[in-house]
Write a protein that binds this ligand. Sequence first.
Ligand code: TMP
Length: 386
Amino acid sequence: MPVFDLGIQPLANDFCLEGEERQGYAPLKVMLCNDCGHAQLSVVVKPSILYSKYRYVTSPSLTMRHHFASLVSDMLKEGPAGSVVEIGSNDGLFLQYLSGHGFGNLVGIDPAINLAEIANSRQVHTVRDFFNADSARLAKDMVGKVDFIIARHVFCHIDDWQAFIRNVEILCDRDTVVCIEAPYGWDTLNRCEFDQVYHEHLSFLSVHAMSVLLKGTTLHIHNVLKYPVHGGAILIMLRQNGSKEPPKTDADVWKNDRFTLLNWVDFADEARVRIDDLRTFVNARVEEKKIVVGYGASAKSTVWINACGFTRKHIRYICDETPQKLSTFSPGSDIPIVQPEVLARERPDFAILWAWNFAEEIIAKEKAFRQAGGEWVIPVPELKII
Ligand code: TMP
């Protein structure tokens, strides 16, 4: 049944240069399964439209470096640094990090043509394809025995979970550790991170849903870890049923994390309040002739902007350091994306931090903005002006 509806929305990462053709709009609605409590979008946009040319790149920020360090330390608790296949390896940043930390024999799988070039320049071997049986076999042939399979923030982009797990099984040896990191659905709900709902995020993960999915497969949940990254992430480690390693968590512990209708109804109500709050705030500042800009041309920014109905009249520009996004225009609103230096030069009154998951790092880096009288608007988890 439908539990959260943002209407017809542009594709969140469809940042286009002047004259480039837009990918269009699609309904953005979350449906909940009454039986297993799994939440997923009602409409799946073709992956070839979303990912063949992809402007999202893994942030090289300090925050991500710290996260990578935590991940690696947790991986090494499972076994020595070894071979790795990364599903959705993006521009190869994480595999490059692993190669600098003793891991060898690394292969990524990713369909984005533009990102594979960056990965190559980092000496990261990439199978340029979606994750499917063919690319899994090819990666397996290249690596041989696979010690770790990593899928970072990829599982929520998959519409056919069963096929995903079957293809993971192709890659697995008896002692392979499968690390699936995804936004934790409960953090999304509890912190009202409604901006995590966009066409690429097809589902909202709970451990309960994962344990249902794994029934009848050769894999089981070995461990579950949580990280603060991206507003709250969960790492579900899987191992083969024949593995000698005893599980470090008990699936029973997680049986209560099944979503209910009430959870989503509360979330939807709260999201409407948050959207109204930001819209009212920005409208009032614009009335006062204050200059409001955005910081972080994230997919989340697109969700906020279109949910609030903002245009260039409200938000002059959005600062972002990603070279792939520079000089593009935000989907749906055509707000221009500019270099962060513009913030220092033009000294706007307010900057809405749509990269709120990097708040600490960005605010520290841009301290001149506040020194010049600028104020940060943090929209998540609650509207805060600092
Ligand atoms: P993400 O949360 O989806 O990774 O998006 C964060 C966006 O913020 C991304 O486009 C990169 C941008 N960003 C900056 O412009 N400066 C920064 O210091 C950081 C950490 C991110």
